[in-house]
Ligand binder design. Structure first.
Ligand code: SAH
Ligand code: SF4
Ligand code: F3S
Length: 479
């Protein structure tokens, strides 16, 4: 058996640092030609894992002399970090590539790079090679740590550079990262996924599960805390199986125990938990912790045993309900959120009824509902009984209504309470308000000034607006 353990590859990170110096020379030359610093734009599609990868790309880009900008129009270098979990994610990328082509025509020195999950699909690479020849650089999820080296290759060549790896067991630490938020950060604890849910493409594009060395994780979080971070989100496709393949195996609950002890760290979140691997030990660690947030994202996918089995989820409706009960009994103030797919092959309205039944019984605080998307190469793509669009939409609408009803009901329960919120940003609609996040992940808007960003303050939850609150800062705390 191949063991994918965390190799702290110092030689590789030193090599990449050398490439950063080389790349910086090219960026300086470009700056001389342009008469200003070149600008770069990284657009992220998909999940938190991709968002964290983009921060790594941005870390290298700023290190070598690019200035970040938000809009493609202003950029000399555009990078799309893509997602392929559902087909609409792919379509958005193709749509925007046409726009990039028009930009590049007016700006011949412009460079375009594509990376991320979509690039791990052979059919995508074929399509880009034939129909999107203006792209300069393509790389995948496994060699993202080679970004600096790939940039140098791109600067030294005129033709399209394509470098896609099928797999890697390397975990390269200590490359620069440029964070989007000063006060909170994602932290990868593992990469890849071994679950092979039958509808899902992630195991094919992100490779086998590998865990990072706990010492590296703790060291990274300590450095983040020194740099002003008060909240971390531990990231993995299935955090509950963390550590199984390490040379010295440890559980996710044990890792949480270590992270918990980091002085100055105030809040810990994690994503995503697979119900089949959620241990009593984890519930116990959460319950005893005052840093681990009162929020658990526990994807259900379906409430029908027949569909769950066809999805290869390896739990039943009854097991999911029992788990949700156990969690709520241990932590009555916890918010449970979930993901649900409608329209899996063979799904009938009666199966959707089963899912709605779980929604009503568990009373999710929020649920992301997705229409099943057929992903080439997954077992479900070859299954018979693909559901017609009409039936899918009927089921989707019924489910959405159930989800919204329970979410509103759950939200209204907090009326009048005083709870701690991490002040995150200026409210987008009203600049006199700040937006804060409660431990249970709900948002609250309240009058305050931007100097409060990054602080954790008690807020009185005055008015419920369905899925969020408005309130005011207070000095008192609930008993
Ligand atoms: N690792 C996480 C989720 C990864 S993808 C987990 O196991 O829960 C995020 C969500 O996208 C999934 O929970 C699922 O609900 C949805 N999803 C994945 N593949 C899909 C597909 N082919 N069609 C529709 N939704 C899908
Ligand atoms: Fe996909 Fe299942 Fe892995 Fe989540 S656990 S990433 S849904 S295969
Ligand atoms: Fe998408 Fe890849 Fe995440 S397919 S959901 S960006 S792991």
């Amino acid at each position: 058996m191949t063991r994918y353990s965390s190799t702290n590859d110092t030689a590789e990170s030193d090599l990449q640092k050398e490439y950063m110096e080389k790349a910086a020379v090219y960026v300086d030359r470009l700056a001389d030609t342009l008469g200003r610093r070149p600008q770069c734009c990284v657009k992220t599609f998909g999940c938190q894992m991709n968002a964290r990868d983009s921060e790594k790309l941005m870390g290298i880009l700023t290190q070598i002399g690019y200035q970040p900008v938000d809009k493609e129009e202003d950029a000399d270098f555009v990078i799309y970090n893509t997602c392929t979990v559902r087909d609409n994610a792919n379509q958005r990328v193709y749509g925007r590539l046409g726009f990039l082509n028009s930009l590049k025509k007016g700006k011949p020195h412009m460079k375009i790079a594509l990376c991320g999950c979509m690039m791990q699909e052979e059919s995508v690479i074929d399509k880009i090679r034939t129909s999107y020849r203006f792209v300069d650089l393509i790389f995948g999820t496994h060699n993202i740590f080679k970004f600096a080296q790939l940039l140098v290759t791109m600067f030294e060549n005129r033709e399209m550079i394509v470098d896609i790896w099928q797999e890697t067991d390397q975990i390269v630490e200590q490359l620069p990262v440029s964070r989007k938020y000063p006060y909170k950060s994602g932290v990868n604890i593992m990469f890849g996924c071994d679950n092979f849910c039958s509808y899902c493409i992630v195991p094919y594009v992100r490779g086998r599960e590998r865990s990072r060395d706990p010492k590296e994780i703790v060291r990274e979080i300590e450095a983040l805390v020194d740099d002003g971070v008060v909240e971390v989100m531990l990231l993995g496709q299935n955090v509950n199986s963390y550590g199984r393949n390490l040379d010295a195996p440890m559980s996710f609950a044990q890792l949480l125990g270590e992270v918990e002890q980091i002085d100055g760290l105030r809040r810990i979140r994690f994503m995503t938990s697979h119900p089949k691997d959620l241990s009593d030990e984890l519930i116990d660690v959460m319950k005893r912790s005052d840093k681990i947030c009162r929020h658990l994202h526990l994807p259900l996918q379906s409430g029908s045993d027949r569909i769950l089995q066809a999805m290869n989820r390896r739990y039943t409706k009854a097991q999911y309900l029992a788990l949700a009960d156990k969690i709520k009994n241990a932590m009555p103030d916890i918010a449970l959120t979930t993901d649900i797919i409608v329209g899996f092959p063979g799904e009938t309205p009666a199966d959707v009824d089963e899912t709605i039944d779980v929604v009503r019984r568990v009373q999710f605080d929020n649920a992301f509902t997705f229409i099943y998307s057929r992903r080439t190469g997954t077992p479900a793509a070859a299954m018979s009984g693909q559901v017609s669009e009409e039936v899918v939409h009927e089921g989707f609408d019924r489910l959405l209504k159930a989800v919204q009803d329970t979410a509103k009901e759950r939200a209204s329960l907090l009326q009048g309470q005083i709870l701690d919120a991490l002040v995150e940003e200026v409210n987008e609609q009203d600049a006199s308000l700040m937006t804060g996040r409660l431990s249970n992940n709900m948002l609250v808007h309240f009058p305050a000034d931007p100097s409060m960003i990054g602080r954790i303050v008690p807020i009185s939850l005055d008015i419920c607006h369905g899925f969020y609150y408005t309130g005011h800062m207070t000095t008192q705390k609930d008993g």
